[in-house]
Design a protein around this ligand. Sequence first.
Ligand SMILES: C=CC1=C(C)c2cc3[nH]c(cc4nc(cc5[nH]c(cc1n2)c(C)c5CCC(=O)O)C(CCC(=O)O)=C4C)c(C)c3C=C
Ligand code: FE2
Ligand code: FE2
Length: 387
Amino acid sequence: MGRVGVLLLNLGGPEQLEDVRPFLYNLFSDPEIIRLPFPWLQKPLAWLISSRRAKTSQENYKKIGGGSPLRRITEEQAIALRQQLEANGHNAEVYVGMRYWHPFTEEAIAQIKRDNISNLVILPLYPQFSISTSGSSFRQLETLWEQDPELQKIDYTVIPSWYRHSGYLQAMADLISRELDQCPNPDRVHIFFSAHGVPQSYVDDLGDPYQKEIEDCTKLIMQTLNRPNDYTLAYQSRVGPIEWLKPYTDEAIEELAHKGVKDLMIVPISFVSEHIETLEEIDIEYREVAEEAGIENFYRVPALNTHPVFINDLADLVEEALRAPRVNFSKVMRPQKTFKLYPQERWEWGLTTTAEVWNGRLAMIGFIALVAELISGHGPLHFVGLL
Ligand SMILES: C=CC1=C(C)c2cc3[nH]c(cc4nc(cc5[nH]c(cc1n2)c(C)c5CCC(=O)O)C(CCC(=O)O)=C4C)c(C)c3C=C
Ligand SMILES: [Fe+2]
Ligand SMILES: [Fe+2]
């Protein structure tokens, strides 16, 4: 085997407040995050949404110190993984490729080429697969591969999801156990798994396996934990007016409080590092919701970060992937069915009612974008030099 590399994929996060708007623009420019029938609409809409959301989002990042810790933690995980692989007798370089902020996936790929890596393991830092996360990164990599004959020489393999792996489950159970052992009445604590949500239509119309994998994952963690506590699974961080996976975390917390639960322990489940949605959304917003609803003791299990059992497990995953038959991009899941724009509407071609509604909406969006660009002096038309 030639030079081995591991590419860790993650979402990325703004490192300072000025990064928030361009970060959001990158995120909403991704067709796996907002699915539209016309590609030309993606960038103007991304610009509009990111401009509107930037201020609120910046306020949230201010509350956690002015930026996301995601880059620092992911780079620490990469170093720890390289050391663990070395301790196991494997000399491998570990790279970080973020989808929406630095270090971008393209930067990691350029370095992989410079380092003459010949065997590459592609490992998303999302334990469960979603079209909107690992799927989006795989799609981007597939495009890079198609365009670059040099990349096509690399013998690569992809790990689509890995939440069933025993080391991950043990590390999660260990973190929960440690937290429970510090509570005065551990058995009375209600364990509350909070996963990042996705729009319901991703599961119903695109066949995203995310919800099933999350449900499976919580059951496996509870089995590994082997404690008598009651538990709940709910979904956080919804964006926009459409329906997302239910139950929603805030509503589920209130419901439990109304049923008399007094001790609640939140376990973030779809992400392996601390980030805005653990540090701000759970620690600040949901704590407030819980306390107002009557929860007396609110606990939160930390994210895995560089937990040694977890890092050891990542090393196992890499070693197994190198021994196993290769998994290429065409074998990993992609949207199966035609997509719905809104839960009530199915797209049809021709002069249908849906088309007329959309013509109106698109004209309105285009008009608003143009006015906003003329007022602000920034936008896609300035970007391409038309204004
Ligand atoms: C498994 C985790 C995640 C899924 C699934 C996911 C889907 C998803 N997210 C958005 C919109 C936003 N996500 C934002 C930040 C963000 N998302 C995740 C993880 C998942 N997203 C993380 C780890 C982060 C935070 C990174 C950090 O800075 O620490 C944001 C920006 C923050 C904000 O303004 O709230 C948005 C917006 C959609 C629409 C989506 C599925 C379609
Ligand atoms: Fe997100
Ligand atoms: Fe969020």
